[in-house]
Design a protein around this ligand. Structure first.
Ligand SMILES: NC(=O)c1ccc[n+]([C@@H]2O[C@H](COP(=O)([O-])OP(=O)(O)OC[C@H]3O[C@@H](n4cnc5c(N)ncnc54)[C@H](O)[C@@H]3O)[C@@H](O)[C@H]2O)c1
Length: 253
């Protein structure tokens, strides 16, 4: 069945792969991204590749409630109520905790925790009205096991995991599932910016590769399959779960 899916941060990286996967499943996909040009280009590429599927872009700053509200109005006017929400936007810089300050904490919390909470609060009523919903929160293994230099980001991602479990409980009877997917190190602009260019960045990249049992970093498409499955009717009895997609780097019981 074709549904309307919203993917935040779908202009690039993991979000673009998720948007393509959901389109391939037959859904209409609205990409909400702060980078309008990139979002439009990605939407066009996916629409070309996945014949007859509608993927469209709407500019939104996930950290700004008013911007999200305006974007949602555009989405629903164009394609009706959403029944799949993928909270994918995330951002961080690797900095030792004592070198960070309040402005940095506020930015990290706004993008990784407060923003997704605000958007989800606006979208769930559409799912309740439609008696069907799928919320997939892209968290991080940093939220499960910690990550040096990412204290506040890890706190936000752990927050998103707790948020997911509570939504799963509160909305189970409304036929809405909510799960968290945790990428391990994945080859995207976010990771590449964090590692930095040159020899130092390459050294960390190689060390990550060695530490991952499958001996490679994740690719955005590695994440997309799990999200496509969780958004499908086949996953209707799976809720409140936290699933790592990390080539075996983290194995949680
Ligand atoms: N790449 C990794 O190694 C990795 C590891 C663990 C978790 N994650 C998580 O996976 C998710 C996707 O990460 P990625 O690596 O693809 O990131 P990315 O930086 O490559 O892409 C993020 C997308 O979000 C958009 N974006 C950024 N700020 C925004 C805002 N305020 N409002 C709207 N859009 C905004 C960007 O324009 C971009 O299109 C994030 O939640 C991230 O925390 C990534």
């Amino acid at each position: 069945m074709s549904r309307l899916a919203i993917v935040t941060g779908g202009a690039g990286g993991i979000g673009a792969a998720i948007a393509a996967e959901l389109a391939a499943h037959g859904h209409t996909v609205a990409i909400l991204d702060i980078n309008k040009e990139a979002a439009e280009a990605t939407a066009e590429t996916i629409s070309d590749e996945v014949a007859r599927r509608a993927v469209f872009a709407v500019e939104a700053d996930i950290a700004d409630d008013a911007s999200c509200a305006a974007a949602l109005e555009k989405v629903t006017a164009q394609a009706g109520p959403a029944s799949i929400l993928v909270n994918n936007v995330g951002w961080d810089r690797i900095i030792g905790f004592l070198e960070t300050d309040a402005d940095f904490w506020d930015k990290v919390i706004a993008i990784n925790l407060r923003g997704p909470i605000g958007l989800t609060h606006k979208v769930i009523p559409m799912m309740v009205a439609g008696k069907w919903g799928r919320i997939i929160n892209i968290a991080s293994d940093a939220g499960r096991v910690g990550s040096s230099g990412e204290a506040v980001y890890s706190a936000c991602k752990a927050g998103m995991i707790g948020f997911s479990k509570t939504l799963a409980r509160e909305f189970a009877r409304a036929n809405i599932t909510c799960n968290a997917v945790c990428p391990g190190p994945t080859d995207t602009p976010l990771l590449n910016n964090q590692l930095g260019e040159g020899e130092a960045g390459q050294k960390i990249y190689d060390a990550l590769k060695r530490a991952i049992p499958m001996k490679r970093l994740g690719q955005p498409e590695d994440l997309a399959g799990m999200v496509g499955f969780l958004a499908s009717d086949k996953a209707s009895f799976i809720t409140g779960q936290t699933i790592s997609v990390s080539g075996g780097l983290t194995m949680n019981g």
